[in-house]
Design a protein around this ligand. Sequence first.
Ligand SMILES: Cc1cc2nc3c(=O)[nH]c(=O)nc-3n(C[C@H](O)[C@H](O)[C@H](O)COP(=O)(O)OP(=O)(O)OC[C@H]3O[C@@H](n4cnc5c(N)ncnc54)[C@H](O)[C@@H]3O)c2cc1C
Length: 487
Amino acid sequence: MSRSTDVLIIGGGVAGVSIARELSKYELDVVLIEKEADVGWGQTKASYAICHPGARWAHGTLAQRMMVESHRIWDQLVEDLDIELARIGELVLAFNEGELQYVDTLKKQGEYNGIKGLEILDGSEVRRLEPHVNPAVLAALRMPTGGVFNPFEVVYAFFENARANGVKMLLGTEVTGIIPQKGDFIVETNGGEIRTKYVVNAAGLYAEKIAQMAGADTFKISHETKSTCLILDRCLGDLVQHVVTGVADPKAFSRFKVVMPTFHRNLLLYTPIPEPSRGIEDRAIEKRAMDLTLQSTKSLVPDIDFETHMIASFSGLTARNSRGDFIIEASEKCPGFVNVALPPPGITCSPAIGKQAAEVLRKAGLPLVEKDDFNPFRRKMKRIRDSSMIEIRELVHRDPRYGRTVCRCEKVSEAEIVEAIHRGATTLDGIKFRTRAGMGRCQSNFCGPEVAAILAGELRRPYEKVTKKGLGSAYILNKKVLRTYGH
Ligand SMILES: Cc1cc2nc3c(=O)[nH]c(=O)nc-3n(C[C@H](O)[C@H](O)[C@H](O)COP(=O)(O)OP(=O)(O)OC[C@H]3O[C@@H](n4cnc5c(N)ncnc54)[C@H](O)[C@@H]3O)c2cc1C
């Protein structure tokens, strides 16, 4: 394949899809390339999905400015794209004199950063709001603009709306080389070459590698910090009402431990454990990190048997760059090549990142002529789980497959799985992140085979060609392999 485009975005994480959606407002030919079978499977998938209020980031950094700007945009975007964001607020608990000083300083920094509504609550107010927190709590900083996203929904919203407005999405396509040529770039991929005038490098952990390909690397990416996160059953999702955080390292403002409900009311636990990664692909979950997380988060919410209710865990690597701040800039050496390298909190800042990248491209010479027919709206899927009995009756009347439950833990119907496929899912994980089928207590033990059968039918693929997450992750071993193992 050989094609050409005005702008080529490398990476379908939250940054890439947000930039794609922003550029889809203009008369441009835009292509997004993602090496995985779906969007959002890099760092974005590994996030805890906190919508950070922004107090922890130093004033004047690009990350802090993007956060302020994003908080201005989020509410409108939530309406336009039907994004799942609940502004439940964050409580930072303090248990001793040192931590009291920390929350006081955090409040001052937050106010300096322009965050509204910050207040210090005394211990009794905190216990009234959150009866399950450690009764030894002395005070807490309340940050009402904080919240929780469904991170997948954020990515799919940008992705679907960008695609509906004309952006071409090449999934399962890996960039392997970039050759600057007479003011253009020839981008080599495993699916052929693409000629483009502008490249946006939003490759996350791989951004340094991509920049090197074009000779536009002015930063290093470290992938040495691995974080582990534990997910507990929804029966504990109402244990706390806020994102409850505690001071993990008073010297490092960004290091905090968390007990929080997710958007869909699971309970999520996290503590920063300095866990060195064993390479850029390391996603192993260490028992030590799990034990320390359970132990440490109990200091925030004691007396709950977290372990019995744990249903899943994951770990993720954070792409920290050598400048310690967001990088969204055109390369001086290669005009037309824009690097986007984001340490956390990229999801919180995603609305402003799209706009900032478009502005950098404009300054680099890309003409931004607004389209007359840009459609800013996108609606999320109907879910029987969130529907009233009357709505369910109407849905079943429209399509009887809404009446057939496939995932019993999360109440996901066959119709929702089919719709997820029509929206772009081609793997079991793609279905899971769009519908929650397989995210419940049984972790897909019951619904997995049926979801795979629906995928095979809709995609017209043999059952054994269905994968969990793309190439090399067969859900069921084919007959030849089964025979090799004596079955
Ligand atoms: C453990 C953890 C917790 C976090 N918690 C939060 C939080 O609570 N709130 C928050 O706002 N932020 C959080 N973050 C930060 C946030 O997740 C990131 O800032 C954000 O996801 C970065 O998005 P991205 O698009 O830049 O990178 P990624 O999501 O990593 O996307 C990069 C994409 O590029 C693709 N790619 C790479 N190389 C190639 C290639 N050669 N060809 C084609 N495609 C390629 C990758 O497959 C990937 O999909 C957290 C991060 C981690 C790791």
